[in-house]
Design a protein around this ligand. Structure first.
Ligand SMILES: O=C(O)CCC(=O)C(=O)O
Length: 285
């Protein structure tokens, strides 16, 4: 089996009320916003404390144990490293617990966490919306039967008015290249690709010379429990399989500006959305 090598419907629910006042200073600085605009990603260390991550892990382990649907199996994706079918060894290995938002109140509380909402409001403007059709999952990258996710942009199969969404990737433990941590290409969200740079599934090709300079500029995203990676839905990223003996857990949601709705009738419009709470006036910048 080949492996990918790491480079060196508008059913809005009512807004959920903000639960904590937070601290007005807990926002992106102007430099951080400029960095996000330039690089297409940004890490905030310790945005979720141990109470959040412990509560989430408890729910996740229980849902994994019960194989509580909806789930995506490694065998479903047919990526390098994944079992070829559910009948093969490891064939029932879960890759993602889907519909994270409705699995437990802890996930709703997380997306309403004021330091998170405030930052998303800075990046996307007031009235941030969370589409439920994309991400909205717990990535459970398990040892032995996990897979390589090749270079891609998340927006490739999404249908919104503009390709403007921000992903929020919360690490529930350490993430680094060996356990399948992400790599990203800084600034790639601002580049238009030619069709020749992509394969038929819209993965960014590693086998063509014209892509090498960009791929050589990739950087690993190293995270600890509670750290959050914000990244633009056009940012190129990849991750290998988990080459350790510990499962890696990450909670991932995507968010859009209020004026960037999904295209009606598309897959992006199919699962409804959640409107995030407005940031209270006194805590705005
Ligand atoms: O953890 C991984 O393998 C990458 C997942 C990913 O890139 C995605 O879900 O878009």
């Amino acid at each position: 089996m080949s492996s990918v090598s790491a480079p060196d419907n508008q059913n809005h629910t009512q807004p959920v009320p903000i639960r904590s006042a937070g601290h007005p200073a807990d926002t992106f600085t102007a430099d951080e916003i400029a960095q996000f605009e330039r690089d297409g990603f940004l890490i905030v260390r310790g945005l979720a404390d141990a109470d959040w991550t412990t509560r989430m892990l408890q729910v996740i382990r229980e849902h994994l144990e019960r194989e509580l649907p909806p789930v995506e199996l490694e065998a479903d994706v047919h990526y390098p490293g994944s079992p070829e079918s559910i009948d093969q060894p490891g064939g029932r290995t879960i890759r993602r617990l889907k519909q994270a938002h409705s699995r437990d109140i802890v996930f709703t509380e997380w997306i309403c966490h004021l330091p998170l909402v405030r930052r998303l409001t800075q990046l996307l403007g007031p009235g941030v919306v969370m589409p439920l059709a994309h991400h909205n999952c717990v990535m459970t990258k398990q040892p032995h039967h996990s897979s390589d996710t090749r270079w891609h942009r998340d927006i490739r199969y999404w249908n919104f008015t503009r390709p403007e969404l921000v992903n929020v990737w919360l690490a529930l433990g350490n993430e680094y290249p060996k356990n399948g941590g992400l790599f990203v290409v800084p600034g790639s969200h601002r580049i238009e690709f030619k069709p020749s740079q992509l394969d038929k599934d819209l993965f960014f090709r590693e086998d063509v010379a014209e892509n090498q300079t960009l791929l050589n500029s990739a950087v690993p995203v190293e995270l600890s429990a509670g750290d959050v990676l914000f990244f633009h839905a056009r940012t190129l990223h990849m991750a290998t399989r988990n080459n350790t003996d510990q499962t890696k857990f990450s909670v991932v949601f995507t968010f859009r500006p209020a004026d960037n709705p999904p295209i009606p009738e598309s897959r992006s419009a199919a699962a409804g959305e959640v409107v995030l709470p407005e940031v209270p006036d006194e805590t705005r910048l």
